[in-house]
Design a protein around this ligand. Sequence first.
Ligand SMILES: Cc1ncc(COP(=O)(O)O)c(C=O)c1O
Length: 432
Amino acid sequence: MHELANELNTALKGTIVDEMFSAVGRRMFFPKGIVAQAAEAKKKATRFNATIGMATSKGMPMHLSDIFTQFAENSLTPSQIFAYAPGGGDPELRELWKSEMFRKNPSLQGKAVSLPIVTGGLTHGLSLLAQLFFEEGDTLIVPDLAWDNYELIFSHQVNTTIKTFPFYTETGAFNVDALKETLSSLPGKKARILLNFPNNPTGFTPSKTEIERTKEALVQLADDGMKLMVISDDAYFGLFFEEETEKESLFASLCDAHENIFAVKADAATKEEMVWGFRIGFVTYGGKGLKAEHYDALNKKTLGIIRSTVSNCDRPGQSLILKAMRDGKNYQADKSAAFAEMERRYHTIKASLKKYENSELLKPYPFNSGYFMAFKCKGSSEVLRTYLLDTYQIGCINIQDTTLRLAYCSVECDKIEELIDLVYQAAGEAWN
Ligand SMILES: Cc1ncc(COP(=O)(O)O)c(C=O)c1O
């Protein structure tokens, strides 16, 4: 074990984080190598700075003018576009993302959480969490309706066993009891959980009461001595369309809930700021009893895994997002307009589904948020998917041959009714 890893492990000894590390997580540290020395030099090397592998001239990165001229005059400097980003991300963006997180989740006020670290998108955030905290022999609990990439990340990459619980109760609520039962049935009094609201593929977010019950269930297990790591995948955060829906991240209620609960928030600019191709996400840690020195050690481990994988995350994307969030004249208006359009599509699809309430072919799962809705299919959803594609040139997603997912976020409002009519018509034709 490297001496620096030992120091971080000692700093975290006895905490809930210490319980959760994988062997990789335990070995990980942020070296005092090129990046750390360059950061030190940036502050002190006022005469010559010969530390970093970047071609510079007149204090700026050299660059292709054909790229630089793509940006508006006087918007970003060459350094804000072409230089490496600081390790962990642009400090101003990290602070701004954190303060926005507190604004969007008022119950975070007064709670201590880590400074978000920039990742190469949310998938990268989950992947680095997988490496730091998951390994063969561990189990990850997810609902039976979940994003398919979890399997690739947690099962195939780090060889964790994925165990599912039914997402919904009979009455279409979030199945807190099933989550609790599944957790209680695990041997070893230790569990890792990944929850994603608004959910992909169902478009469902639990109500305020269901989230409160989820927290109570987890705290009860923690009281009984169970050690829990709960990752909130907040990819679609903010797209809540109904009054009773919980509008805060589960992370906000869990980050100070119990000494035995380690809460992690994985979120991203990807959907929240509508920059899908930029590849910018964030990982934030929280836990009752975790102090600044613990978060610092945890962030150093996280920096180590980033340094040893992608090394550094996208620079121009960070600069552009920061500029829009901090100074954008149209930032709030554009976001509000996009939300209003998504909400309009949501209400349109709800209305279009009404006439098929009694159909036995396709039963929509309850949905109230996000980008998607999904049907429980009477026949093969793969047969329906290919039939829709070949016969009507309509693309949808089949999940495990039982569920058909519609990303209504990408269908114009005035086409949604036609889409629903054709999906039901196709189901009747494909499964006859
Ligand atoms: C639930 C969920 N988590 C994470 C992601 C990945 O986000 P990113 O594009 O930032 O990696 C997605 C995107 O499809 C998603 O649906």
